[in-house]
Design a binder for this molecule. Structure first.
Ligand SMILES: NC(=O)CC[C@H](N)C(=O)O
Length: 344
């Protein structure tokens, strides 16, 4: 279980808005400073280029629904978005095709298994179960509107860029590295196809999916993207309505159930804010109506989630009063001791 080590931060009561500017700024700085010496976890190495990431990098950003931003540490350092892209591609497809079709084709329930599990597909008659695991994400990418792969790619990058409020580019080196080694995702796509649950050419869809995972973002970008979901689909910096309020709400609900894969329950218990992680070390947490936290640090736990990113988010969630399950009366009873199981 995630050991958030947040017992030394007082749990704040969750109210309708974030604390004042200075207070948020001080708390983001405090979280960064507090976790800076934390070196638990290991950098992902199954995608060869990711293994070369500097494990010391650590950035945190908070963006609120008015567009106010707080960046600390390596908050504008670029890294590949990886699985965090799944949240925003799901939002795009739900917007275009409707929640019912996506719900039926992809599903919204946790697999209880690793993000790249093949067994999960076999256990569920080839149903991908949710859009946050690789099988569901690959099937979701296949649903992006467009007659050709090029058209789908342009819709996909336009949507991702609108969430970030700036044009997002592909890291060609990571894309090439993952393309050369993603046999497992190819196998998942073929398996989906064998169950008649993937439209189109599996190779082409996996290529699109791999490219979407290779888009470069920063912790600051993740916070803006998350704040767009927290703000009813309106990017609070650009003012653009990227997806509808209903799609934002549904996306956040899907993150709550599956954003941290098989650790999603523990995450909700500890952090209380729907989130999404990626294997290059990014984490985004969405506090509806308030804003979002973006964090980046490459060392991961065994489920593939950034250790420092999770711990910093947990600390900030507690200090900023973001836990969506906390009410005034129950807050008094929240444990102040650390949970005992380690993250690695
Ligand atoms: N968990 C992740 O971030 C996984 C994304 C990665 N591109 C993959 O498909 O394996």
């Amino acid at each position: 279980m995630l050991n958030t080590r947040s017992g030394d931060v007082a749990q704040q009561v969750s109210t309708g808005s974030l604390p004042g500017w200075e207070r948020v700024d001080a708390l983001v700085r405090d979280a960064h400073e507090h976790l800076l010496a934390d070196r638990d976890g290991a950098v992902a190495d199954y995608i060869p280029t990711l293994a070369a990431a500097d494990p010391e990098l650590f950035g945190i950003a908070v963006v609120d629904v008015t567009g106010g931003a707080h960046d600390v540490g390596d908050a504008v350092t670029a890294f590949t978005i990886q699985s965090i892209s799944k949240a925003f591609v799901y939002a795009l497809v739900a917007q275009e095709l409707g929640r019912d079709l996506v719900g039926e084709r992809i599903g919204v329930n946790n697999t209880g298994l690793a993000f790249n599990s093949v067994v999960a597909l076999e256990l569920n008659d080839g149903h991908p179960m949710n859009p946050m695991v690789n099988a569901g994400a690959i099937a979701t990418t296949a649903l992006v509107p467009g007659a050709t792969a090029a058209e789908k790619w342009s819709r996909l990058t336009a949507a991702m860029s609108a969430f970030a409020g700036r044009h997002l580019a592909v890291d060609q080196e990571v894309y090439a590295s993952e393309s050369a080694t993603n046999d497992r995702n190819r196998a998942i796509a073929r398996l989906l196809r064998s169950y008649d649950r993937l439209d189109g050419d599996p190779e082409e869809i996996v290529d699109l999916y791999t490219r979407q995972c290779s888009l470069l973002v920063s912790a600051h970008d993740l916070a803006v993207m998350g704040a767009t979901l927290a703000d009813g689909g309106v990017n609070p910096v650009s003012g653009e309505q990227v997806v509808s309020d209903a799609v934002s709400r549904d996306t956040v609900a899907v993150l709550a159930s599956s954003g941290l894969y098989e650790h999603s329950g523990e995450w909700l218990l500890e952090v209380g804010v729907p989130g999404k992680s990626g294997v290059s070390g990014g984490v985004v947490a969405v506090a509806p109506g308030k804003g979002a936290i973006g964090a980046f640090s490459p060392r991961l736990d065994k489920a593939g989630n950034s250790v420092r990113g999770q711990r910093a988010t947990a600390r900030l969630s507690r200090a900023l009063g973001l836990n969506i399950f906390a009410s005034r009366s129950s807050n008094a009873e929240l444990p102040t001791t650390d949970r005992t199981r380690g993250v690695t």
